[in-house]
Design a protein around this ligand. Structure first.
Ligand code: FE2
Length: 259
């Protein structure tokens, strides 16, 4: 099985890149399943039901989220019912939505998709390490194919989670920093890992934002209204190949120029 994970899609450029390029890319990469981190789709922060539906209609099988999950209120009822859009599992137990979803790939196999939020800087109610073992146990009752999106700021947390889950899941993919790391690997136990999958959106920017605006805010310490940049749009992510036992056999970063 080949799983394509697409990194954080940002704003209109990210949405367009997926809509226009994913159908052919999916074929080129022979992906059986596509997972997208979509927490920055709505002008850089959050996601709306309409945007989620558009991504799912473009060949995305499951969407993961992150720290901006609640930025758009209209997503709340959608998350309650959605079986393919997952929010971080280590939020409050009373929060709507799910942190684990089962989606079917093109080859008929079911894949468990888990979304976690890093503890450092993002401050979720529970540590991802506190909840992950039970989630893996639950996932393994149904399938050997398990993909974890570890949405976190700190590389240490993402590397530690990948090591902890080695031999227990198919892949641990880091998201959130929007800068693709150069460490795609299959660990000794058969779990693929990449510390950060990168960004699907405008790379002529400061992680998706118009560079001049981000720099102005940092130089002056004053509030600045951020706008999504537009130049050098790429789809970034990772392709993980695994055998029938769910163990990864290869893990390769993907970077495709779209304009
Ligand atoms: Fe994020």
């Amino acid at each position: 099985m080949r799983i394509l994970f697409i990194a954080d899609a940002v704003g209109v450029p990210g949405r367009r890149a997926v809509e226009e390029r994913l159908p052919s890319l999916r074929e080129e990469l022979q992906a059986d399943l596509v997972i997208l981190n979509g927490e920055n789709l709505a002008d850089g922060v959050g996601i709306t039901p309409k945007l989620a539906d558009r991504m799912l209609a473009s060949g995305v099988d499951a969407i993961t989220l992150g720290n901006h999950v609640w930025r758009r209120g209209e997503i709340v009822p959608y998350l309650k019912d959605s079986e393919r859009v997952v929010r971080p599992a280590n939020l409050s137990r009373r929060a709507p939505g799910r942190g684990l979803a089962f989606v079917a790939g093109a080859d008929g196999n079911e894949v468990a998709v888990i979304n976690l939020l890093g503890a450092l800087f993002l401050g979720p109610p529970h540590s991802p390490f506190e909840v992950v073992d039970d989630l893996i146990d639950e996932a393994r009752t149904r399938t050997a194919f398990i993909v974890v999106d570890m949405h976190a700021e700190a590389t240490s947390e993402k590397v530690a989670m990948a090591r902890w889950l080695d031999g227990k899941v198919t892949a641990v993919i880091g998201t959130h920093t929007h800068v693709q790391t150069n460490d795609a690997r299959v660990q000794p136990g058969g779990t693929a890992a990449l510390t950060d999958a990168g960004m699907t959106g405008p790379h002529d920017s400061v992680i998706g934002v118009e560079a001049e605006l981000a720099i102005r805010q940092m130089r002056t310490g004053m509030p600045v209204r951020f706008e999504t940049a537009s130049g050098d749009v790429r789809i970034e992510g990772v392709v993980v190949e695994c055998g029938a036992d769910g163990r990864a056999t290869s893990c390769e970063a993907v970077r495709v120029s779209v304009q």
